[in-house]
Design a protein around this ligand. Structure first.
Ligand code: AMP
Length: 215
């Protein structure tokens, strides 16, 4: 199965992706995670991406498309994958369509997660991630038992540098202008499963699974 998780920053794509990879035993391909790792490692990709990421802007399409081209060639992608945070522009979606067509395959579904903008700002500003295992927490909604420490592995928690209010607002406006048009793009291909993204993550996951059960 080849899936796209579509939604604004803070919609819960990462949380749903983590549950989906368990259920379907597929890799999660998060372009944001790949880019953050590249920045940390100081690779040419990371150096090219950092300024855009710090400003809450999108990294140029060609860098992203090349990264995806390489990633889906890997052995673990044979049975499918779950894109989280990709594609983010119509140009990326078109490039993905041609890439998949050249491999004689196509997407199975696009799960579009909807959350009101005020809620997104609240979620993103309280978000914390484990440095070690990537587990996600929220300071108000799902805090760890011990402040700053991951319940699952004992790793320390950090706040993403782009989860500050000014950058959050910029990322949301980038989403509205450049990524939201993908809903219409994929609706034309009859791939969209629209899921309300408010409430308990487990309940949202049940709705996602229900929507995917007949793909
Ligand atoms: P995310 O973790 O998905 O919120 O992504 C964090 C940042 O990485 C974004 O604000 C962009 O700067 C960059 N990024 C991630 N995925 C993409 C993409 N598909 N296209 C362009 N930039 C991206």
């Amino acid at each position: 199965m080849k899936l796209v998780l579509l939604g604004p920053p803070g919609a819960g794509k990462g949380t749903q992706a983590k549950m989906l990879i368990e259920k379907y035993q597929l890799p999660q391909i998060s372009t944001g995670d790949i880019l953050r790792q590249a920045v940390k490692d100081g690779t040419p990709l990371g150096k090219g991406a950092k300024t855009y990421m710090d400003q809450g802007k999108l990294v140029p399409d060609d860098l992203i498309v090349n990264l995806i081209k390489e990633r889906i060639k890997a052995e673990d992608c044979k049975a499918g994958y779950i894109f989280d945070g990709f594609p983010r522009t119509v140009a990326q979606a078109e490039a993905l369509d041609s890439l998949l067509a050249s491999l004689a395959t196509q997407l199975d579904a696009v799960v579009s997660i909807n959350v009101p903008e005020d809620e997104l700002v609240k979620r993103l500003s309280g978000r914390r991630t484990c440095k070690n295992c990537g587990a996600l927490y929220h300071m108000l909604y799902t805090p760890p038992v011990k402040e700053g420490i991951c319940d699952k592995c004992g790793g320390s928690l950090f706040q993403r540098s782009d989860d500050n209010e000014a950058t959050i607002r910029q990322r949301l406006s980038v989403y509205r202008e450049q990524t939201a048009p993908l809903i219409a793009y994929y609706t034309k291909q009859a791939l969209v499963k629209a899921i309300p993204g408010t409430g308990d993550p487990e309940e949202i996951f049940a709705k996602v699974c229900q929507a995917l059960s007949n793909t």
